[in-house]
Structure formats: C-alpha cells, structure tokens
Design a binder for this molecule. Structure first.
Ligand code: HEC
Length: 152
C-alpha cells in the first residue's frame, strides 16, 4: 500500500511540467513580497497620518512603527524576485519586467529605502517636527521605485 501510494505521488510529481513547477515557486515569491510591501505600507501609514496631523503624534507609537519599518527593510532578498515573476509572465503581480534587466539597479533603490528608514528610525521618537522632516525622504524612496519598476 505504502509503495503504491509513493509510486502514485512520484508519478504525479513527474507528470507536472517544468513550467508549472516554476510557476508555483514564482507564485510563492510574489505572495511573499506583496505581504512584505503591505507591512511596509502599514508602518508608513502610521507615520504618514501623524506627519499630516490626521492622527495625534505619539512618540512611542511613532518609534514602534519606525523600528518595524527599519527591521523590515534591512535585507533585499533576491529569492523574492525570481526570474519570470514579472507581470508579463505571471498574473497577480505588478512587477515590471524591466526589474530583471538590471536587478542591481533595483536592489540599489531598495538600499535608498534602507537609508531613509534609518533616518526615520532616528527621528520618529524625537518629536513631530523631526518625524515630519523625515517623512518626505522615506515616502520618496517608495515612490521612486514604484515609478520605475511597478505597473500603474
Ligand atoms: C526597490 C523597489 C521598491 C521599493 C523601495 C518599494 N517598493 Fe513597493 N513595490 C515594488 C514593486 C516592484 C511592487 C509590485 C510587487 C508585485 O506585485 O509583485 C510593489 C508593490 C507594493 C505594494 C502593493 C502590494 C500588493 O499587495 O500588491 C505596496 C502596498 C507597496 N509596494 C508599498 C511600498 C511602500 C510603503 C514602500 C516604502 C516604505 C515601498 N513599497 C517601497 C517596488 C518597491
């Protein structure tokens, strides 16, 4: 019985075309990177609402959001950006194929974000003026990359 099951599972696995296996890995990467961006947006949202006066400034909450964003942005993970996971090849992604023309340039934009997240981490808990001074650069690092590498 065990052998029969194993044989069936193996046969099913081998019958999967390579393209389907690659798609499965790409789908997992797309889901993970989108989840990471959602966490970026959640934390930026807290800081942005305080900066714009749509939420009262709270040093502790601001510092927490900035700390999370800092840690979430520490590593550019190439495994989240496998070749073939662009929006011309896959559904449910807005990643433009141009990312893979120059993955180093793309990673460079991510490094700009890391620097801005560090500036925000140093500013957020100080006072509202310091937070406001850092929000433009931080939001700008998000949009700079979206403008060039993300579909509308
Ligand atoms: C290095 C480039 C880059 C940087 C920096 C960047 N993004 Fe993105 N972002 C992208 C790309 C590319 C996508 C599309 C991902 C996909 O659909 O596979 C995306 C998608 C998103 C999404 C949509 C996720 C979803 O569920 O579809 C949100 C929200 C987002 N980014 C927020 C942010 C925020 C907030 C920042 C800054 C704190 C940021 N991003 C910085 C490249 C970047």
């Amino acid at each position: 019985m065990f052998h029969r099951l194993t044989a069936l599972v193996l046969a099913a696995g081998l019958a999967l075309p390579h393209a389907a296996l690659a798609d499965e890995a790409a789908e997992a990467a797309i889901g993970a990177r989108k989840a990471q961006f959602q966490l970026f947006a959640f934390n930026l949202g807290v800081l942005g609402r305080m900066a714009q006066g749509r939420m009262p400034y709270d040093a502790e909450a601001a510092q927490t959001a900035a700390d999370h964003l800092y840690h979430l942005t520490r590593q550019f993970n190439p495994a989240l950006w496998p070749e073939g996971s662009d929006n011309a090849s896959m559904e449910d992604t807005d990643a433009l194929p141009v990312i893979w023309d120059d993955l180093e340039e793309f990673a460079g934009r991510y490094e700009d974000l890391q620097a801005q997240a560090e500036t925000m981490q140093e500013a957020a808990g100080t006072d509202l003026a310091a937070l406001q001074g850092a929000i433009g650069g931080l939001g700008g690092a998000c949009s700079a990359c979206h403008d060039d590498f993300r579909a509308e």
